[in-house]
Write a protein that binds this ligand. Structure first.
Ligand code: ADP
Ligand code: MG
Length: 619
């Protein structure tokens, strides 16, 4: 009996994971996937978490780190990411530090000294550091309880951000006197990358969690404007004061767009691989601290950026695949507030991406046969991305399906679900195109087929004598973009087939004959207007009093300036909105607001409580 009581008492003295979550992070409950990953790690089992951007992967290792005896090492690929994560941890009252090349020799020695003395519970480290003699020496003598590998897809050369130094992680683990529990996290893992993570990191019978990639608060829309810059300006004009990212396909485009936005008076800044490190860092901070509201960037920007109040992401260029698109677009709305993702598409984007494939150094690490396979994979992923830009069915469903998830066919929060469509009969256009494909002996792609059908006088058409074909000009006067849409519908409905490859050709499909002989009818879903659909917030947050919300934002801005801490690290917009809704008057009530934990209560609680009290009294 005595023994039982004793162990019970002892158990109660150790905080639970839920208490840690509340006390340090201020959240009342776990999000999907977090709890089971934490449980696995606490039980000493390796674990892999594949959760979308913004799902909360950091907590999956930070919570166990605070419960496990010993130190947790977090392997992380980016300096900016480490700095942010550690800043956020320290704000929450967790003893954390990072070790990377941004530290001076003296700072590094001091941090290592502290680490040896057991000052830190969580240490972020760059993969390149792991096998350096100094760090190894420390790690061998320290009680390392867990190694968490963040952005674990970097270990795979099939992923988008291969980092050879990630391959040294198993060697590092092997040198430790006792193997710590190993956790790996990523937001993008196609099956192949998933396999690589498990095998290359030498995980042992890991627990694997893959949660839904759905981000219900994100609204998706694709536009095909004639003038992208004009379209971008229209979109931004409706979103002044809001923080957002504009992704461009090239550095040159970043420069041009950023200049154009500044001319229009936007607080825009830029980020791409061609800038000096210093400027990149400065621009990134300007954006993080909301001194610049719009970040114009190439895809070099954003990995690990946890700016929770990004309320829109606009792609000025179609990215190379849906993995990239969803990860980049997913940087919007991380605080759970409604946010919008727009993609401005043009045919030239396709050519640009193909150019980038063939001129990338992605291939340098792999052998020739593998390279061929990589090219095919790139092309297949590109085709899926193009399909997204053209589909008239639910955009969310399209994305989730791509990642292997079942989803409802109507989400009520994308352009195609809220837009107005009608079913249009395009039998005549369809028959015309199929007939052209036949006369052209299935040897050309959609561009030429459409040109011939519309009676184009392009050099290629005339040189080949296609203007003598009976089908030439049979669809004169029909818009080119319409015919491209019809061609796509014909492929989807089996009247035509499209080959894969760099120059996809149109061929007759199994249904072609029934259309040519007049039996079949073709219908196509057409958007009635390109107007922006009326906005429907996806998720009902407790909408606070807007006036109070503004005043709380002002308090946050003041604290941010005074203490030189980014605003979203103090409190997210969602947290401020909840404050404006619940209007807490005591510290205990404030603690009930999601996003308020003990540490932040202590640091900032009073300032916000005071403002709320003043406001209620004025009322
Ligand atoms: P990612 O999965 O992209 O690494 P992060 O770990 O950066 O995501 O978390 C994204 C945001 O979600 C952060 O602001 C974090 O504080 C918040 N978050 C994480 N877990 C929870 C939770 N259980 N409840 C509420 N917010 C959470
Ligand atoms: Mg993360």
């Amino acid at each position: 009996l005595y023994k039982n009581d004793f162990s019970k008492e002892k158990r109660m003295a150790v905080p639970t994971k839920l208490q840690i979550l509340e006390q340090y992070f201020g959240y009342p409950s776990f999000r999907p996937g977090q709890e089971e990953l934490i449980d696995a790690l606490l039980a000493g089992r390796d674990a892999v978490g594949i959760l979308p951007t913004g799902a909360g992967k950091s907590l999956c290792y930070q919570v166990p780190a605070l419960l496990l005896e010993g130190i947790t090492l977090v392997v992380s690929p980016l300096i900016s990411l480490m700095r942010d994560q550690v800043a956020a941890l320290v704000q929450n009252g967790v003893r954390g530090a990072y070790l990377n090349s941004s530290l001076t020799w003296g700072q590094y020695q001091k941090a290592l000294h502290n680490a040896r003395a057991g000052v830190y519970k969580i240490i972020y480290v760059a993969p390149e550091r792991l096998l350096t003699p100094e760090f190894l020496d420390f790690a061998k003598s320290a009680p390392i309880a867990m190694v968490a590998v963040d952005e674990a897809h970097c270990v795979s050369q099939w992923g988008q951000d291969f980092r050879p130094s990630y391959l040294s992680i198993p060697e590092f683990l092997a040198q430790l006197p006792r193997r710590p529990v190993v956790a790996a996290f990523t937001a993008t893992a196609t099956p192949r990358v998933r396999e690589d993570i498990l095998s290359l990191l030498e995980l042992r019978d890991p627990w694997v969690t893959v949660t839904s990639f759905d981000r219900p608060n994100l609204y998706f829309e694709v536009r095909r404007p004639k003038d992208k810059l004009a379209e971008l300006l229209t979109l931004l004009a409706e979103r002044r004061e809001r923080s957002g990212i504009v992704y461009c396909g090239t550095r040159k485009a970043v420069e041009e767009v950023c200049d154009a936005l500044r001319e229009q008076g936007y607080a825009a800044t830029r980020y791409h691989g061609g800038l000096e490190d210093q400027e990149r860092l400065r621009n990134q901070e300007d954006f993080l601290y909301d001194r610049a509201t719009v970040m114009v960037a190439t895809n070099a920007f954003g990995m690990g950026i946890d700016k929770s109040n990004v309320s829109f992401v606009i792609h000025y260029t179609m990215p190379k695949d849906l993995e990239s698109y969803y990860q980049e677009a997913g940087r919007a709305g991380r605080d759970g507030s409604p946010a919008q993702c727009f993609l401005l598409y043009s045919g030239a984007d396709v050519a640009l991406n193909r150019f980038l494939f063939t001129h990338s150094d992605e291939g340098q690490y792999i052998e020739e046969e593998a390279l061929e396979q990589l090219n095919q994979q790139n092309e297949a992923r590109l085709q899926a991305m193009i399909g997204y830009c053209h589909t008239t069915s639910c955009l969310r469903e399209y994305i989730l399906h791509y990642f292997g998830e079942h989803a409802p066919t109507q989400c009520a929060n994308c352009q195609n679900c809220v837009g107005h469509f009608s079913q249009v009969d395009v039998t005549k256009e369809g028959r015309g195109l199929v007939s052209c494909v036949r006369y052209l002996r299935e040897r050309y792609g959609v561009t030429l087929v459409v040109e011939v059908a519309r009676g184009s006088k392009s050099e290629k058409v005339l040189r080949q004598g296609f203007d003598k074909l009976p089908c030439y000009g049979s669809l004169k006067g029909v818009k080119e973009s319409t015919l491209r849409d019809v061609a796509r519908a014909l492929v989807l409905q089996g009247y035509l087939e499209q080959t894969q490859g760099e120059y996809p050709l149109l061929k007759l499909g199994p249904q072609a004959e029934s259309l040519l002989n007049g039996q079949a009818r073709v219908e196509m879903r057409v958007r009635q207007s390109q107007e922006e659909p009326e906005k429907k917030p996806a998720r009902k947050l407790p909408k606070g009093d807007p006036q109070l919300f503004d005043r709380l934002r002002a308090v946050r801005a003041r604290l941010s300036r005074e203490q030189n801490v980014p605003m979203y690290i103090i409190f997210s917009n969602a947290t401020l909105e909840a404050m404006a809704a619940y209007q807490p008057l005591t510290p205990a009530e404030l603690l009930d607001v999601p996003g308020v934990g003990q540490a932040k209560l202590q640091k900032y609680g009073q300032a916000f409580l005071e403002e709320i009290r003043k406001w209620t009294e004025e009322d």
